[in-house]
Design a protein around this ligand. Structure first.
Ligand code: SF4
Ligand code: SF4
Ligand code: FES
Length: 282
């Protein structure tokens, strides 16, 4: 499959996940769910102070809203309540609401999180919550970060699958017991939410750095026997923005909501690129 097709598919998913104005186009069941949620939230008397980033790529500042507390309330519920009862112009992004798509990722009290899986009880600082767009990415508007640089780095790291066989060849048999397959399995559940990318201080300091998700993807491909050219994968991650920029302090691994370990994958790439360089005589 052409890589542009894969990447444009990813971009399309993210752009269609943007929610901007009210819920006039949402399915009826979703609308009823939201009305119930809003009613039960409105009955609560306890309130919290929620600072929400407002603005676009040129400027912005925090706006504070008083939001009713509810026992089982996620940060995404809070943002939704603000948009539907206080300001319909608040832009944010979500799709699945169950920790499957990763599109709801934002900074919550300074840490990157899936907001649909983050309960307010766990992150409230006193009675204050601060919600901002993902770090290390440009802002489109309010809580919506521009994912293009993140996906561009996927392309730069050779993140697409370039097969060694065509559809006319026999499917290669790969046992789940093989060490390479087991290694690839550890990273394969990445859903490109960019939480690790937002957590990475090296990305913050070095805009050329490919970042944890793209490099982890390269590690998966390196361990995939069905990939045609493993040397090309290593070449992509050996350059200026490559794996050797990683300082191995593990924020990516700490914050990945899927429990993945990009730092370990990058350590594997470092080792593989060094072996390759030694084999070539430096
Ligand atoms: S490694 Fe984890 S945090 Fe990073 S993009 Fe993948 S799922 Fe998200
Ligand atoms: S371990 Fe490497 S990739 Fe992960 S957050 Fe630190 S510098 Fe970034
Ligand atoms: S909305 Fe899909 S992971 Fe949160």
């Amino acid at each position: 499959m052409p890589r542009e097709f894969v990447i444009s598919g990813l971009r399309l998913f993210w752009s269609t996940a943007i929610m901007n104005e009210g819920f006039s186009e949402a399915p009826q069941r979703l609308v009823e769910d939201k009305k119930d949620t809003i009613l039960s939230m409105t009955n609560e008397t306890t309130k919290m102070s929620v600072k929400v980033w407002r603005g676009d790529k040129s400027s912005g500042s925090y706006q504070t809203f008083e939001v009713p507390r509810q026992e089982n309330q996620t940060v995404l519920d809070v943002v939704t309540w603000i948009q539907q009862t206080q300001d319909p112009n608040l832009s944010y992004r979500f799709a699945c609401r169950v920790g499957m798509c990763g599109s709801c990722a934002m900074m919550v009290n300074g840490a990157p999180r899936w907001t649909c899986r983050t309960h307010v009880n766990k992150v409230l600082d006193g009675d204050t919550l601060e919600v901002a767009p993902l770090r290390n990415l440009p802002v489109i508007k309010d809580l919506v970060a521009d994912m293009d640089p993140f996906f561009d780095k996927w392309v730069d790291a050779g993140g697409h699958h370039a097969p060694s066989a065509s559809r006319y060849d026999d499917m290669p048999k790969i046992s789940s017991d093989e060490p390479e397959r087991a290694e690839a399995n550890k990273s394969i559940e990445c859903i490109n939410c960019a939480v690790c990318y937002a957590a990475c201080d090296t990305v913050a300091q070095n805009p050329d750095y490919l970042g944890p998700a793209a490099l982890q993807r390269a590690w998966t491909l390196l361990n995939d026997k069905k990939v045609d050219d493993h040397d090309a994968v290593l070449e992509k991650v050996s350059g200026k923005g490559g794996c050797h920029n990683c300082h191995s302090q593990g924020s990516c691994t700490l914050y990945c909501p899927n429990g993945l370990d990009p730092m370990r994958a990058i350590a594997g790439l470092k080792s593989a690129t060094i072996k390759r360089a030694l084999k070539r005589g430096g």
